[in-house]
Design a protein around this ligand. Structure first.
Ligand code: SAH
Length: 262
């Protein structure tokens, strides 16, 4: 018996992996994050499956569902939004399952930061301009360690993807403006990949008003980066003809030199 933690993807039921979908179809117990995972994602469960929403459950109750299934030798599909590696409570749950001697595995999913980038049609890294993506959140009721404060993250000028921060947009814009000019690009994607997806593009000076006017408070990704909408950058070497050529030459040269000289 195994508890499978499955990344359900950002919302569109087609954005779960084939592996995740198969497990949802097969597991006799399906426990999904009702608040964020649309019903269509778990609609593929077997007819006789026990399908439960964890919306009103605390950690003890979630562990109890797993314990009961374990007692009956039934696999559990624990379906959660996006990918399990980011703000998912995976660690606190698996720590408890380990204490109970219950086996578990993780199946990755498409994260909402990826779905938001896709909605924007935006590569988050650009050759020679930006080669790093920082995934973080603004500190609100949930504290963020002081060393990870937004200002210090912004100083890298990497692409910033902020989860769980839409309701803190005023604070986010204020803190970022301590590092960036007011015309620095920012986008907010609400409900990426859902039918009701909304996209706001603006600058640090305009975004607070845009978000408040749109009434966006949750299920939104904030992306802050000089790469947004930028067209003035060099082609990457990935598809550059002379690079491929040079690489072949280099390999010939290396093999002539013999091992150890590459
Ligand atoms: N593990 C999830 C994140 C869970 S935290 C993942 O990998 O995506 C919940 C936060 O994720 C929300 O506050 C919001 O910032 C973001 N989020 C989740 N679904 C989203 C979506 N469809 N569009 C935009 N942001 C989303």
């Amino acid at each position: 018996m195994t508890v499978f933690f499955i990344g359900a993807g950002p919302g569109d039921p087609d954005l779960i992996t084939v592996k995740g979908a198969r497990l949802v179809e097969q597991c006799p117990v399906v426990l999904y994050t009702g608040s964020l995972v649309p019903k269509e994602v778990v609609a593929r469960a077997r007819e006789d499956a026990l399908v439960l929403s964890s919306e009103d459950m605390d950690l003890d109750q979630i562990v109890a569902v797993c314990r009961d299934a374990h007692g009956e030798g039934k696999d559990v599909a624990r379906v959660q939004t996006g990918d399990l590696s980011i703000y998912s409570s995976l660690a606190e749950t698996t720590r408890r399952l380990d204490e109970e001697g219950i086996d578990w595995k993780v199946v990755p999913g498409v994260s909402s930061f990826q779905a938001s980038a896709a909605a924007l049609g935006q590569e988050l890294t650009l050759p020679e301009e930006c080669q790093t993506i920082i995934l973080s959140r603004a500190s609100g009721r949930t504290p963020v360690p002081e060393k990870e404060n937004l200002k210090s993250l912004a100083e890298h000028e990497a692409t910033l993807c902020l989860f769980l921060s839409a309701s803190l947009i005023r604070k986010v814009a204020r803190e970022l403006k301590e590092v960036y000019p007011g015309d620095w690009p920012i986008a907010v994607v609400e409900k990426a990949s859902h039918p009701e997806q909304r996209i706001l593009r603006g600058t640090l000076d305009t975004i607070v008003e845009q978000v408040e006017e749109a009434g966006i408070k949750a299920t939104a990704m904030i992306i802050v980066s000089k790469v947004l909408g930028q067209t003035d950058f060099r082609d990457s070497r990935l598809y550059a003809a002379e690079f491929t050529h040079g690489f072949r030459k280099a390999r010939v040269a290396a093999s002539r030199c013999g091992a150890g000289h590459e």
